[in-house]
Ligand binder design. Structure first.
Ligand code: 5RP
Length: 219
């Protein structure tokens, strides 16, 4: 395992302490979440069912023997576990590098506690070095891209990718995200945008950072 992977695994192990048994839990998408599912598979918690943010996560959870339930039948969730592409000191995040931003944002919005697990390379002072993912409706793709240019961004269509919802994703470089909430609102207001991968209005509640030196849990 690379040291980066070891850091993700360590963060996932620490995050497990926040799991609430005998209830629904939300599970995100990505390599850090995959470590979290591995930890769950080893420790076998009693879970009512998992609400998953992607087909890939659902497949891995099912293989590990966990039930999946649709969010439409669960109501709000006590806790949601996910990774991030970048996270700042306010626990605002860029997410969607794995393309699951829309379902992730919906699950985060109905979860009482968002536990974010990262390796230390994801921590930043100001968001925006990682290109900001924006899921769009196909027919509005160019129109949205032109509006993103007006906001100062340089959008690029993610090649040969559709989200689990069947939509294209634009990766936007060079945006000024020093006021992440304002930019989230502006991008959300563009017709044709399904979801922007800025999680500023609903940041994480707990941040768990794995590194070579150990794990830090921040609240
Ligand atoms: C997927 C995401 C992931 O949380 C993000 O891309 C981090 O992934 P990883 O854990 O593989 O570094 O937002 O849409």
């Amino acid at each position: 395992m690379s040291s980066n992977d070891q850091a993700k695994r360590a963060a996932a192990e620490a995050a497990y302490e926040f799991l609430i048994e005998d209830d629904y839990i939300g599970i995100g998408t990505g390599s850090t979440v995959n470590h979290f599912i591995d930890v769950m598979a080893e420790r076998k918690p009693s879970i009512r069912a998992c609400v998953s943010s992607s087909e890939a996560t659902s497949a891995k959870l099912k293989k590990a023997g966990f039930e999946i339930e649709e969010l439409n039948y669960t109501g709000n969730l006590p806790v949601y576990f996910d990774g991030a592409d970048e996270i700042n000191t306010h626990f605002e995040m860029i997410k969607g590098g794995g393309g699951a931003l829309t379902r992730e944002k919906i699950i985060a919005s109905v979860s009482r506690r968002f536990v974010c697990m990262v390796d230390e390379s994801k921590r930043v002072d100001i968001l925006g070095n990682f290109p900001l993912p924006v899921e769009v409706i196909e027919m509005g793709r160019s129109a949205v891209a032109r509006q993103l240019v007006k906001l100062g961004g340089s959008p690029e269509l993610r090649p040969n990718v559709r989200s689990d919802n069947g939509n294209p994703i634009l990766d936007v470089y060079n945006l000024d995200l020093s006021n992440a909430i304002a930019m989230e609102d502006k991008i959300n207001a563009i017709p044709g945008v399904v979801t922007v991968g800025l999680f500023a209005r609903r940041p994480a509640d707990v941040l768990i950072v794995g590194s070579d030196h150990g794990v830090q849990t921040l609240t």
